[in-house]
Design a protein around this ligand. Structure first.
Ligand SMILES: NC(=O)c1ccc[n+]([C@@H]2O[C@H](COP(=O)([O-])OP(=O)(O)OC[C@H]3O[C@@H](n4cnc5c(N)ncnc54)[C@H](O)[C@@H]3O)[C@@H](O)[C@H]2O)c1
Ligand SMILES: [Zn+2]
Ligand SMILES: [Zn+2]
Length: 360
């Protein structure tokens, strides 16, 4: 067991605390990882707000790159010293999705079996089974994906959640391809990931939609060809206008509220695709005329983690980044200390950052 500092959310809406936690030595199949960088994702804030579950206390942080420090019995894929990006999809290989050859949907992903705890023994619920706003964290070894150690941790770690979710929402779930028109509503780290993914896929037009003009400026760095300020004009009309009056082939909702979902639904062309990647909260309801759902055709999909396969996608995207084909550096607005997560939430709330990244 090791004693380290970690960022814990103790109750709904309460400011996070930097406190001492206990990290067990790795048991069979587990690994202890020393984070080198961990991005602040909106999902951490959802946890803090009680929007994901009520299982407080949470150990936050889940967008992380670091070094494997120790592994438990039977671990063969990673060894101490390996540079890894942690994932929340350690596929089980035996659930009904895995057995059908669809491990990107694995319904029984692995996490560490032993709990990390507060010093009084209270078990911590690690965000997305990771919990990496901590000097060390315990995960399942399958959550460790080796990538090129030349990559900068603050950049590589982003692939562990939001940016991967965004890229995958466009490339995997939305199946964006050459010649497609793509609109992305909400240009935070996730939405800009989708814009970058649409660009990699060869989309013809990439329309960025946000209420914040600064976010729209930033979206251009990732490949947005057109922008729509949702505070000034109706996104449905604007997207239709930019697509010959028809709507986009693919619209990605990277906000995840009923208003933006409805916009995505009506801003796509007939037989087009909507991908929901933003995470709604439990009280949200959606009402749509069922006849429109039928008559507009196409598909309405949700993207968990961008339907990624970490072992396939993380090393590939790191390589694209290193070749200068994926501007991952542009996501990092600031590097902060472990004691600055609460102020990073404030900055996220005020729209001042794409990603604040805790570096150790
Ligand atoms: N599906 C997944 O696997 C997955 C993974 C990571 C994050 N997420 C979710 O994705 C969402 C976005 O995360 P993020 O880290 O990019 O958040 P963020 O706060 O950085 O970005 C959200 C953006 O949406 C914009 N926005 C808010 N309301 C809007 C509206 N009505 N119209 C247009 N733009 C609006 C904001 O200005 C901001 O730029 C969150 O809900 C997060 O929980 C999902
Ligand atoms: Zn499985
Ligand atoms: Zn996340």
């Amino acid at each position: 067991m090791t004693e380290v500092r970690g960022v814990v959310a103790t109750g709904k809406g309460k400011p996070v605390e930097l406190t001492t936690i206990h990290v067990p030595d790795p048991g069979p199949g587990e690994a202890v990882v020393r984070p080198q960088a961990c991005g602040v994702c909106h999902t951490d804030l959802h946890y803090r707000e009680g929007g994901i579950s009520d299982d407080f206390p949470f150990l936050l942080g889940h967008e992380v790159a670091g070094v494997v420090e120790a592994v438990g019995d039977g671990v063969q894929d990673v060894a101490p010293g390996d540079f890894v990006v942690l994932n929340w999809r350690a596929v089980c290989g035996v659930c009904r999705a895995c057995k059908r050859g669809r491990p990107q949907y694995c319904f029984d992903t692995h996490n560490a079996a032993q709990p990390m705890t507060l010093t009084d023994g209270t078990p911590l619920e690690p965000a997305l089974g990771i919990g990496a706003f901590a000097e060390k964290t315990l995960v399942h070894s399958g959550q460790c994906t080796k990538v090129d150690p030349q990559a900068r941790p603050a950049v590589a770690g982003l692939l562990g959640c939001g940016v991967m979710a965004g890229i995958g929402a466009a490339m995997n779930t939305g199946n964006a391809g050459p010649g497609d028109t793509v609109a992305v509503i909400g240009c935070g780290g996730v939405g800009d990931g989708s814009i970058a993914g649409a660009d990699l896929a060869g989309a013809r037009r990439i329309i960025a939609v946000d209420k914040d003009p600064k976010k729209l400026d930033w979206a251009r760095r990732f490949g947005a060809t057109h922008t729509v300020n949702a505070a000034e004009s109706d996104p449905i009309e604007a997207i239709r206008e930019l697509t010959g009056g028809f709507g986009a082939d693919l619209v990605i909702d990277a906000v995840g509220v009923p208003e933006t979902y409805r916009q995505a639904f009506y801003a796509r062309d007939l037989a087009g695709t909507v991908v929901l990647v933003g995470v709604p909260t439990p009280e949200m309801q959606l009402e749509l005329p069922l006849l429109d759902v039928f008559a507009r055709g196409g598909s309405l999909k949700s993207a968990w983690y961008g339907d990624c396969l970490p072992s396939r996608d993380f090393p590939m995207l790191v390589e694209l980044y290193q070749q200068g084909r994926l501007p991952l550096e542009e996501f990092v607005t600031e590097e902060i200390g472990l004691d600055q997560v609460e102020s990073a939430f404030d900055k996220m709330h005020r729209g001042e950052v794409l990603r604040s990244v805790v570096t150790f």
